[in-house]
Design a protein around this ligand. Sequence first.
Ligand SMILES: [Zn+2]
Ligand SMILES: [Zn+2]
Length: 644
Amino acid sequence: MINITFPDGGIRQYQKGVTPFEIANSISPRLASEILAATVNSKITEVNRPINQDSTLKLHKWEDQEAKSTFWHSSSHLMAEALELLYPGIKFGIGPSIETGFYYDVDSGDTSITEGDLKRIEDKMLELAREKQTFVRKDVSKEEAMATYAKKGDEYKCELIKDLEDGTISFYTIGSFTDLCRGPHLSDTSVIKAIKLTSIAGAYWRGNEKNKMLTRIYGVTFPQKKLLNEYLVMMEEAKKRDHRKIGKELELFAFSQRVGQGLPLWLPKGAMLRERLENFLKAVQKKHGYLPVITPHIGLKELYVTSGHYAKYGNDSFQPIHTPQEGEEFLLKPMNCPHHCEIYKVKPRSYKDLPLRLAEFGTVYRYEQSGELHGLTRVRGFTQDDAHIFCRPDQLEEEFIKVIDIVLYIFRTLDFKEYTAQISLRDPNNKEKYIGSDENWDKAESAIIKAAALKGLSTVVETGEAAFYGPKLDFMVKDAIGRKWQLGTIQVDYNLPERFELEYVGADDKKYRPVMIHRAPFGSIERFVAVLIEHTGGKFPLWLTPEQAVILPISEKFNDYAEKVGEFLNNNDIRTSIDDRNETIGKKIRENELKRVPFLLIVGEKEVESNKISVRRQGEGDKGQMIAKDFVTMIENEIKEQLG
Ligand SMILES: [Zn+2]
Ligand SMILES: [Zn+2]
């Protein structure tokens, strides 16, 4: 018999060789019918893989990401099977699951596959799925694997096999199609009930521009038709909220091929919005004892060799900048931390100086592959709302609490109502992977867990997900249409203080090493603005929005009065402009509403006579007449409440 430990700590005994499916069935047949994957000893596996030793077990239903990734990856096999039947001789690259759905990179030779073919492939997939084809695993030797694909003439798979170690290679077969894969997969294809192939793109083999361009087919599948329909509605809504589209409409940012891909240009309205976000955060940070610093955009290569960033980013990122001085090399900074460590070292520090909280809106540069670039969410130059807290180990918990306070204040103010936090701890069975003493790790991990509990965060704990240099806490927000975005992060670091030999003098006059916390509540301003646009659909909170009010004179006759009101409002810090174009009032209202201006102020005969303005609020319509001074008070109160 073997012991199976469940997530709630309960232990049950089963025969050696029992499968996760059989275990689920022993609990309830309904559960067994719903599970799609299982995690056995922290490894995702198939529900029909026998378990031969004492193990921890988690059963995954559709709701779990582990189930989805298994479902979607299995669907990529199903798509490949359909493709091979429809396009005999087609060759395959890789077919992983992604955050939502899956793709497969294929080489269809002289026949090109286009968007118009997707429906036909979907239909074939549905037909095959209904055949309830089982995924059959077979372990193969490297030699056999190579021979199989050499015979098939699939050079891509041969190349993949070359890099694999003999004894670790397996094939999976469904129906007539066999694929090189390590799994895991579904038991059979019958649970795949709804299929949508979403798009086609070109992708270089292994992401290398020197290689052949393959065809990447994206798709998504579901266990119920209803879920696909919901997904399609969400995608429509997401399209409307696309930050690239709204950013253009609101004139917030742009890109120029001449400046370079992935390097955003902030237009005046976007720059002002960004400035407001920065000032907002600066004010909060000041209250929490942060000190501002400013550091250059480049640093000597040696700085990043010391920090270890050169080893991590050096080859795959922007290459060193050379100077007329022989041998002198600078790097664009990929991180602000090394600079801040040098600021720490400017003078001797005592235990009484700690915590030292250094904050900077620091712009960093990382070379993302051009295929990875996406609007403001994946760029090559971005500004982190960065800060580094240098503290004593006994101060970690309090500092974490303070950082969480800032993050939660930001979420509240910007109307992110749903969020979760992930605590990433080290793998206790693999301690040598991590830097820092056991004592410090235990202290830091319990500090994070305690701080999160104290703040009432809903958390998931992921063992083994910590960085090698320290445990961390990451925040995920859910936007208005249910998509999850990763935002802020708080990270403990034992590595950089070691590498930079940071010290402080303790009460006993001995030298100690401080702990460092990296934290960026927004993550990066670019990404944060993108998420905010997609969350709000461009209808920013009143305090942040680029234009708070537009005055619409009914005709030219009232332009002077509009000017007067506009001046008054702007003098009272209400961001106001005048739309005095010679257009009908109806058209002006429509167009300014499209620009998501929260307040439209209409002025005509009646308003001039009563010395008032007629107020229309976005989404709410007519609010009646009021004098300008009352309008100012109304907005001021609303903003005060928002920034509470
Ligand atoms: Zn597979
Ligand atoms: Zn950092």
